[in-house]
Design a protein around this ligand. Structure first.
Ligand code: NAD
Length: 269
């Protein structure tokens, strides 16, 4: 896709699932990739190996650089260090993908405050702080840049039992819009993708169980869950020059999940 070759990208939570697929896809498009991991260097090494294999095949040094960066996005000091490391090693940072995310399930009246804070701290505060540090860098170098937030259909669909997750993704909508509006003049585009049900480790309770998977998929108009690669394709598009005039938007990639599947047949005709 236009405008991605040679760009420097940082992807948070890139050791598995959607983040891993994004790192691989951006490397295939010729970006240098900084692969953030919190705990598992093995997961990051795995992503790196797959990304370089896809990007370069058997060619040694095909021009795509990779970097593993440890950091917990709920920790401000980690984020500052992470962004500084990427800028130091790559020279600049052009594309930030705020992908790291967690969820916990519990009736809303029983949620432990620490669990609530943890989910908001990673999904929303972490995304904001990563964006803040990236924007500081872009402004200091007078460079344009791209921020892409990995939101969710739960940006707009309420999700009982997951109140902190719903709030975090709902907040992400206005994080995306506010930053997009504030920095449009400086050439910083901010967008989000909102995946529907996607086959990744965060969903292993149903992806690994054929009966539960069938139930989930029965609610999706297109009749199947999405793949991480399908989410990554949309991120590549939004990061590319093909999307040069798009900012402040959330792109829903959900097989029709946000189309009110219950209205497929008329209720009262
Ligand atoms: P996943 O569990 O495979 O990926 C989450 C990643 O975030 C992991 O690599 C994990 O190590 C990382 N992470 C967690 N806490 C972190 C922290 N404090 N610092 C740094 N990294 C951290 O699941 P996934 O489905 O690939 O999720 C990726 C994103 O997609 C999340 O933001 C999630 O909310 C969103 N999403 C997923 C789905 C889905 O159905 N899979 C749907 C909508 C949105």
């Amino acid at each position: 896709m236009k405008g991605l070759k040679g760009k420097n990208a940082l992807i948070t939570g890139a050791t598995s699932g959607i983040g891993q697929a994004i790192a691989i896809r951006l490397a295939q498009e010729g970006c240098n990739i900084a692969i953030n991991y919190r705990k598992s260097p093995e997961g990051a090494e795995n992503t790196e190996e797959m990304a370089l294999q896809k990007a370069c095949g058997d060619i040694q040094n095909c021009g795509v650089q990779s970097l593993l960066v440890q950091g917990d996005v709920s920790q401000e000091a980690d984020i500052v260090e992470m962004v500084n490391t990427v800028v130091e090693k790559f020279g600049s940072l052009d594309i930030l993908v705020n992908n790291a995310g967690i969820q916990t399930a519990s009736p809303s009246h029983e949620v432990q405050t620490a669990d609530f804070d943890r989910v908001i701290g990673v999904n929303l505060r972490g995304a904001y702080l990563c964006a803040r540090e990236t924007i500081k860098h872009l402004l200091s170098q007078n460079r344009p840049g791209i921020i892409i937030n990995v939101s969710s259909v739960h940006e707009i669909i309420p999700r009982p039992m997951y109140v902190s997750y719903s709030i975090s993704k709902g907040g992400m909508e206005n994080l995306t819009k506010t930053l997009a509006l504030e920095y449009a003049k400086q050439g910083i585009r901010v967008n989000a993708i909102a995946p529907g049900a996607t086959i990744t480790p965060i969903n292993e309770d149903w992806t690994e169980d054929p009966e539960k998977k069938a139930v989930v998929e029965s609610h999706i108009p297109m009749g199947r869950a999405g793949t991480a690669a399908e989410m990554a394709a949309a991120v590549a598009f939004l990061a590319s020059d093909e999307a040069a005039y798009i900012t402040g938007q959330t792109l829903f990639i959900d097989g029709g999940l946000t189309l009110y599947a219950d209205f497929r047949e008329a209720w009262s005709a």
